[in-house]
Design a protein around this ligand. Sequence first.
Ligand code: KIV
Length: 273
Amino acid sequence: MSEYLSTSKKKVTAPAFFKMKQAGEKIAMLTAYDYTTASIIDAAGVDCILIGDSASNVMAGNENTIPISVEQMIYHARAVARAASHALILCDMPFGSYQVSREEGVRNAIKIMKESGVDALKLEGGIEIIETVKAIIDAGIPVCGHLGLTPQSVHKFGGYGLRAKEEAEAEKLIADAEALDKAGCFAIVLEKIPAVLAAKITENVNCATIGIGAGNGTDGQVLVYSDMLGMNRGFRPKFLRQYADLYTVMTDAVGCYINDVKTVSFPNESESY
Ligand code: KIV
């Protein structure tokens, strides 16, 4: 058995994130959107599986995360929750489900929790959504924040570039992280910001920080599973480490299958009844 495989099957909880931070144990998070993939990722021993709204891109082929609905997120989240026995299951609240009002945010948060069986929810934004974050936590739901590059605001930013390069945005990000921490978030995802800033925020807050394109000074890392497994040829940002080339593995396997069918070498006698 490879050494990274989990020996302990104890369920990871939101409070465990604080303990891992205090103990200096880095937190490994990956996305998943379906039962089969989540089963594999959970068996490998990852600490947290995120049903990201990146399902909009990865599963549905949309250009961004804007179109995915609460119902579609629940569909993916339910499949992942069924698969995972070890990892904390964290689900994104999709665009439009918490920005209108605090009441609507809490109602949608409760709906996702009741209908999907996930353990916690993630919302993008800082001080501007802090009352909603507090109300969701008050309802008994663990919340993970998400700052820096927040893809639901892609049209406001005008793209997916590095955030908080300038002093003013960095200061705002520090204030947002402190507000989320004070509100009781168990973690904050920091996406595509300078490594020095992410490390500073990590020192400033009690909750765990999880980086993506934010250097190694955070308390953990998250990647989109299909990117780190090399399932898509086009997406190669600097922050991405590709651990496999499944695009090649899968196209080669499918090519072999097509050839076997065409040449009538599949199925053979032992594969027939
Ligand atoms: O939706 C997502 O996959 C995410 C991660 C990139 C953090 O939010």
